[in-house]
Design a protein around this ligand. Structure first.
Ligand code: FE2
Length: 422
């Protein structure tokens, strides 16, 4: 697996390129042709657009500047598939991506194939004068593609959730672990200095650096995520009717959207169900509550008399207790916590809201040029989520990884980890 931008060989980049590009296509195998254009809200993009945009990234940042004699696949694709890079040029409105019936799925696949051929040819040029930059940008493009693989899952789930047929893209895991039900445990961490950010030689996004030291007061940290059963208790005790635990913005969001339950919960004949990528299933009390936004997570924590962890606390716990995250296969829905006496569900289950605003680390400087727009310009009004989810591709789980979304956003695989002051 491709992990390192400083030492990866040309061969491993080539192998990673083929595998990761193919993984995007594999994700789309369960889709019907009619699914490829769905866009249910401006924040989500159709699967077809994800396939084309990730291709545009390689064409724009690798092929155009470095592949001698490369001819753009289509003169208007830059306008259609540039997401937000103002340094590159104007963009087709994000909210109208679902109107792009053309190019067709077939034409987008042809676009991918043409760019792949040119990319492999370029990656084979061992004596290219800009080889290091080509490799580094290719690796960035592959991590970018993997981020879009997760977005493809979250976006198509949101779009399909509006269909009363509740389409399924796969089957639930055949074997369900038998959870041992018990109250959440809070582990205590004494005050002290902790290392923050990425300090190794492997790939990391610019928002994970520079590494630095932070002093943390003592805190308590929950050993698992909040379950559906626990969140249901919050609802049954008036959680969505009582403004007391809600932030002001959160209560306005709740009122304006008439929110009464997590995004994909469905009430039928007095019973709760949950829409998943495996279709509509009875609400499982032991699974972690998913697709809650920051406002809901914060209100739940306050209702419990607790709080959400700071991102520094989350990373400190991860560094002290959690072994390096193992690569896990993508699953369509998170599983129940496996109680082993330690901290569980840090990775591979749900992204965990923190109470930390997404802001630059001390000394952070985005790269020059359009590529510097990747992360830095979003450091305003968003909250950090830590960990990884069941649909996060391998290689995107590490203690320093910072995900970020707006407080109102529910469509990501996001859950709740509780913390408290010591
Ligand atoms: Fe992108």
């Amino acid at each position: 697996m491709l992990t390192n931008n400083a030492t990866d060989s040309q061969d491993s980049v080539q192998a990673g390129y083929r595998a990761i590009r193919q993984a995007s296509l594999d994700l789309c195998v369960p889709l019907e042709n009619e699914d490829f254009g769905l866009q249910a809200m401006p924040e989500t993009s159709p699967p077809k657009w994800h396939l084309a945009h990730t291709t545009w990234f390689f064409e724009t940042f690798v092929l155009k500047p470095f592949a001698a004699g490369y001819r753009t696949f289509h003169p208007r694709y830059e306008y259609l598939f540039n997401s937000y890079y103002n340094g590159v040029g104007a963009q087709y409105p994000r909210s109208r991506r679902g109107l792009l019936s053309r190019p067709t799925v077939r034409e987008v696949l042809d676009y991918r194939a043409a760019v792949d051929t040119a990319m492999i040819r370029l990656l084979e040029q061992a004596d290219h004068a800009d080889r290091e930059t080509i490799l580094q940008r290719s690796i960035l493009g592959l991590h970018h593609e993997q981020q879009h693989q997760e977005l493809l899952c979250t976006d198509i789930k949101y779009s399909l959730s509006f269909n009363p047929l509740y389409p399924a893209l796969g089957k639930p895991a055949a074997v369900k672990p038998a959870p041992v039900r018990r109250a959440v445990n809070f582990l205590e961490f004494s005050p002290g200095d902790t290392q923050m950010g990425y300090a190794g030689r492997g790939f990391h996004f610019d928002n994970e650096a520079p590494a630095h030291t932070r002093h943390l007061p003592g805190f308590r940290f929950a050993d698992r995520l909040v379950t559906n059963a626990e969140y249901l208790a919050f609802m049954r005790e008036g959680g969505y009717e009582n403004p007391e635990p809600w932030l002001a913005d959160g209560w306005i969001w709740r009122q304006e959207n008439a929110a009464e339950h997590p995004r994909y919960w469905v009430s039928q004949d007095g019973a709760w169900f949950e829409y998943t990528l495996c279709g509509l299933i009875p609400l499982d009390p032991d699974l972690p509550v998913s697709h809650v936004n920051y406002y809901e997570a914060d209100a739940y924590a306050r209702w419990c008399g607790r709080r959400l962890p700071a991102e520094q606390e989350w990373e400190a716990v991860c560094r002290r207790l959690e072994p390096a995250p193992a690569h896990h296969a993508i699953a369509l829905h998170p599983r129940a916590a496996a109680y082993d006496g330690g901290i569980t569900q840090m990775f591979g289950s749900l992204w965990q809201w923190t109470r930390s605003a997404y802001s630059p680390y001390p000394g952070y400087r985005p790269a020059a040029g359009a590529i510097g727009e990747y992360n830095g310009k979003f450091m305003c009004n968003q909250m950090v989520l830590r960990g990884s989810s069941c649909v996060t591709p391998p290689g995107h789980a590490r203690p320093s990884y910072r995900n970020f979304f707006y407080p109102k956003d529910q469509w990501q695989f996001s859950g709740i980890r509780l913390a408290d002051d010591l």
